[in-house]
Design a protein around this ligand. Structure first.
Ligand code: PGA
Length: 246
């Protein structure tokens, strides 16, 4: 079970320090892995604050080249060098605001894998595609276009674009259907099993419902990961869910 906290462009040094104070009073479980994706300039700072805790750190994106004249970009090598274990690739906000295409996302994912980072590859359909009944087809195409050829150390995050930051989530049968589909498509193409996280408006109130879906392997949490109380409540819900399902 994996809980990913995507802080996006939020939390400064003072708020990160306060967030971490509360983490030290919490008893983490070996069954649930947590990873925080802070703003890039604070990776090193956060890493120092949580070095004694079982929480990993990830980058919110990386470039497909290791070095070069790419102003404003970050190399997967630099993420690794500053202590990152994971990187998010293909988040819908990068696709929308930075025009990242499926092909570019595939290159970024491959470069991250080659640099020994673990990849969270994000996919998601628009409300239009969901309402028209094209969601499965759309995600299959997006997945196949983004899948790195050398497929290892990748988890997929299914994040319907219409669910991100809106408070709306798909019903449990739609989540189950989509996660099944993603797992089947990946297996058919690579002969490997993949873990699929759900992302989009995950919060303290709906986490139980989301984790009750049998093929949800974890969650990617944005807004609700910014307050330490909510982040830990979501983490605790995951521990409780695993304990109850034994
Ligand atoms: P949200 O964001 O939880 O605020 O909807 C999730 C994400 O974009 O990863």
């Amino acid at each position: 079970m994996f809980i990913a906290a995507n802080w996006k462009m939020n939390l400064d040094k003072v708020s990160i320090s306060k967030f971490c104070d509360d983490l030290y009073n919490y008893k983490f479980s070996s069954k649930v892995e947590a990873c925080i994706f802070p703003p890039m300039p604070y990776i090193d700072y956060l890493n120092n604050l949580i070095k004694d805790l079982p929480i990993s750190i990830g980058g919110q994106n990386c470039h497909y080249k290791l070095f070069g004249a790419f102003t404003g970009e970050v190399s997967p090598k630099f993420l690794l060098d500053t202590g990152c274990e994971y990187v998010i690739i293909g988040h819908s906000e990068r696709r929308t605001f930075n025009n990242e295409s499926d092909n570019e996302i595939k290159l970024r994912a491959q470069s991250a894998i080659n640099a020994n980072l673990k990849v969270i590859l994000c996919l998601g359909e628009s409300l239009f595609n969901r309402e028209k009944g094209y969601a499965l087809e759309f995600i299959e195409k997006q997945l196949l276009e983004c899948l790195p050829d050398d497929f290892r150390n990748v988890q997929v995050a299914y994040e319907p674009v219409w669910s991100i930051g809106t408070g709306k989530i798909p019903n449990v049968s739609d989540i189950k259907e989509m996660h099944d589909h993603i797992k089947k498509v990946v297996f058919k193409k690579t002969k490997k099993k993949v873990k699929v996280l759900y992302g989009g408006s995950v919060n303290v109130d709906n986490i139980g419902q989301i984790l009750s879906v049998i093929n949800v392997d974890g969650v990617l949490v944005g807004g609700s990961s910014l307050k330490v109380k909510d982040f830990l409540a979501i983490y605790s819900a995951a521990v409780k869910h695993l304990n109850n399902s034994i």
